[in-house]
Design a protein. Sequence first.
Length: 155
Amino acid sequence: MPIRTNEETTNASRHHSMVAQNASSRICTLPGEILAKILADVVYPDRDYESTSWQDHVELTTVCKKWHALLSNYPDFWATIPLLPGRRTAKLMARSKVRPLVVRLDLREYADSDLDFSRAALLRLLSSVTGRLAELHIRIPHEGRLNGQKVTDCC
């Protein structure tokens, strides 16, 4: 068995103390199903047109090992997703398993960006979720344009 330094012993002691403190906190005494439902409500936006970022979802899984294990296996937590170009949407969809999806797309984020968010990209994203779509909320820029094109001409 390797010999520990004083610093390693102190760090290990702090870690064990934090684990014990977390385990005894009131929120950790809740049954897993109730805690998971509460945390799923945390990432559910207050308004139909708002979206919760994928970072908000992931941050809650990093609070502690219990939350990570719980939320990683709770598809409802991942079933309300922002629709974004790229791999993150696919990962969120995979974590939601077969649950119906509540999808939010805020086109204002792309109105003045250099991102290629063309009609084809938008249709690809939407077609990737249509089979499981329970709700779709789209927020368009105030001026109604995306990459110089009227949003109503886009689809």
